[in-house]
Design a protein around this ligand. Structure first.
Ligand SMILES: Cc1cc2nc3c(=O)[nH]c(=O)nc-3n(C[C@H](O)[C@H](O)[C@H](O)COP(=O)(O)O)c2cc1C
Length: 182
């Protein structure tokens, strides 16, 4: 159980998390992989059902084959580690998103960058990963030690296609009912 002592460093860590899509070609060792998966395992879920399974892919051929199941899957090809998240029949995407974010935050604490990736063609992903019919598999997370130079270059290109930064709180927060500002 967390101590609940004030931890300003953790706050900065959470709000500072940005995706990384370019990685150094340096493997992530088994102990670090286990720590990332352990963070996923400890995620809370509705009724504590834990409606997920994690498929670990380190082989370049396997990562390439999964990358063919989505439209913006470059990170899956370049990352030394990919974790595909399987949603069990009783689970929802809220649970899956929490598990993904927990693993991403834990990875960042270990110096490892990450990027969630959508598997737009879910039947393709399920077939390639041998996922049962009544399970889902629409998201994977790419992990790797950041290649900061490559990331800077990539971001210059992405800047024109994706919104940057975040909307201000005044655009997001409503008080008491939708549309009410302070
Ligand atoms: C549900 C979800 C799906 C995403 N799918 C992709 C994807 O398919 N390919 C990709 O490169 N990034 C993907 N991303 C990453 C987003 O583009 C990224 O979170 C967003 O641009 C904010 O990036 P930043 O935190 O670095 O500012 C996805 C993120 C989420 C939450």
């Amino acid at each position: 159980m967390q101590s609940f002592k004030p931890s300003p460093g953790i706050y900065e860590h959470i709000i500072g998390l940005r995706v990384v899509r370019t990685y150094r070609q340096e493997p992530i060792d088994a102990a670090q992989i286990e720590r990332i998966l352990e963070a996923g395992r400890w995620t809370g879920s509705s009724k504590n059902i834990q409606p997920w399974a994690f498929i670990v892919l380190t082989d370049p051929g396997e990562r390439q084959r999964l990358a063919e199941c989505g439209s913006f899957t470059g990170p899956l090809i370049g990352a030394p580690l990919v974790v595909a998240i399987v949603r069990l029949p009783e689970g929802g995407d809220f649970d899956i998103g929490r598990a993904a974010q927990n693993m991403m935050e834990a990875a960042a604490a270990l110096g490892i960058g990450s990027c969630p990736v959508t598997l737009h063609r879910e039947p393709c992903a399920k077939e390639r990963l041998n996922v049962p019919d009544d399970h889902g598999c629409r998201f994977a997370v790419a992990f790797g030690y950041p290649d900061l130079e490559g990331e800077g270059e990539l971001r210059k290109g992405i800047r024109s296609t994706l919104p940057q930064g975040r909307k201000p709180l005044t655009d997001l927060v409503h008080y008491g009912h939708f549309g009410a500002q302070r």
